[in-house]
Ligand binder design. Structure first.
Ligand code: SF4
Ligand code: SF4
Ligand code: FES
Length: 238
């Protein structure tokens, strides 16, 4: 494959602008390959993030031709518009510089949603076992594959309208823990996700599910939280 890509890349902070680079076209080239070429060969000051290059770490997400994607697994051929590619930082997050955004609020919301495990055993106890075939384990099976890339968060209109909304990734994570029989946070977690900025704010418009690169369904997890919080409220537990 030969030719040249015209690549418009966001430079600067929230008030930055696009700068265009010419990048040689190559077979099987990913968007992350393009960004890396620019940083290594054309402008070493370009800021961006990645780590694994194989779709595991979740750090390489950017907005590519207007849509949030993981860039290490996105082939240029799939997203190119003529010979033009536009690469920008993720939406709904503050820009640090160029293609790197500040993920602090994304991870703080994981904590707000009690997206962490709290057990009651210590090192003297035997392992707590979860039966692989149990209904809650099967329910959590898909959702625990989240890599924390932020694509869903950047694609969610409710996050855009209400910056306090916990967002699809944090709520998806909370749902996996609601399913965990070993976890002790129970009603505290349900209360944390039941508020105005929690699961009931989701409009079920499904951008998160359509765009998740791991083909997960945060929308489904959020629907589970809606049911669980409603049941807990009816029982007077919230
Ligand atoms: S389904 Fe809910 S969480 Fe997902 S993008 Fe839509 S509003 Fe956001
Ligand atoms: S749910 Fe999907 S899109 Fe959202 S952070 Fe996890 S892997 Fe990324
Ligand atoms: S670089 Fe790790 S998921 Fe893309």
């Amino acid at each position: 494959m030969s030719g040249t890509l015209q690549v418009a890349v966001w430079r600067g902070g929230d008030d930055g602008a696009f700068q265009t680079f010419q990048v040689p076209r190559r077979a099987n080239q990913t968007v992350l390959d393009v960004v890396s070429h620019i940083q290594r060969e054309l402008d070493p000051t370009l800021a961006y993030r990645y780590a694994c290059r194989v779709g595991m770490c979740g750090s390489c997400a950017m907005t590519v031709n207007g849509r949030a994607r993981w860039t290490c697994r996105t082939h240029v051929d799939k997203v190119i518009d003529g010979d033009r590619l536009e690469v920008a930082p993720l939406e709904n997050l503050p820009v640090v510089k160029d293609l790197a955004c500040d993920m602090t609020v994304f991870f703080e919301k994981m904590v707000q949603a009690r997206g962490y495990f709290r057990g009651n055993r210590d090192r003297h106890d035997d392992f707590a076992r979860v039966a692989p075939g149990s209904a809650p384990r099967i329910e959590a099976d898909e959702a625990i594959e989240c890599i924390g890339c932020g694509v869903c968060y950047a694609s969610c209109d409710v996050v855009r309208w209400n910056p306090d909304y916990l967002g699809p990734a944090a709520l998806n994570r909370a749902w996996t823990l609601v399913q965990d029989a070993r976890d002790e946070l129970g009603a505290e977690r349900l209360a944390a996700v039941a508020g105005d900025a929690g699961c009931h704010a989701c409009h079920t418009q499904m951008s998160c599910t359509e765009r998740c690169p791991k083909h997960l369904s945060p929308t489904r997890s959020i629907a589970g939280l809606k049911r669980a919080t409603a049941r807990a409220a009816l029982k007077g537990e919230l």
